[in-house]
Design a protein around this ligand. Structure first.
Ligand code: DQA
Length: 150
């Protein structure tokens, strides 16, 4: 069975497409999810794509992730910069984790330069828009699928 990657998206990412398009582009989250599903299929993975505005719900999803998934991609939105609870949940699970941001958080306001998520992530991709999710899937495929298996 193809390894499953859980892709978690935090607050306000449901507004992609209309939200600050000069910062986040015009692609919708549904569009990114479709691209991820297609890319995952090509890599021999499956993805489950979720979004929540609720910090507690994200924490619960992280806690449950090892039951059904082999890896995690997380764009925690603004909780990236505030949530010790999310960091603790990510630190508590033993899965490869890639942190993704559409925008380059290091080129933006100073309060976005600190990421609690990064402290638990194996890798970080930011500033490449929706393509960052695809790159994260590629990196995880290399870890999850033995060379030559696909
Ligand atoms: C974001 C960056 C965060 O600083 C911001 O709060 C978001 C989106 C990104 O994908 O660029 O909501 O995570």
């Amino acid at each position: 069975m193809a390894p499953s990657v859980l892709v978690l998206n935090g607050p306000n990412l449901n507004l992609l497409g209309t939200r600050e398009p000069d910062v986040y582009g015009r692609e919708t989250l549904d569009g990114i999810a479709d691209t991820c599903r297609a890319r995952a299929a090509g890599l021999g993975l499956v993805v489950e794509f979720r979004q929540s505005n609720d910090e507690g719900e994200l924490v619960t999803w992280v806690q449950q992730a090892p039951q059904d998934h082999a890896a995690l991609i997380v764009n925690a939105g603004a909780y990236t910069h505030t949530s010790v609870a999310l960091l603790d949940a990510l630190s508590a699970i033993d899965l490869p984790i890639v942190e993704v941001h559409l925008s380059n958080i290091h080129r933006r306001e100073e309060f976005r330069h600190l990421s609690y998520v990064s402290k638990a992530a194996d890798g970080v991709i930011c500033g490449l828009g929706g393509q960052g999710y695809e790159l994260a899937l590629e990196a995880l495929a290399r870890r999850l699928i033995p060379a030559g298996a696909t």
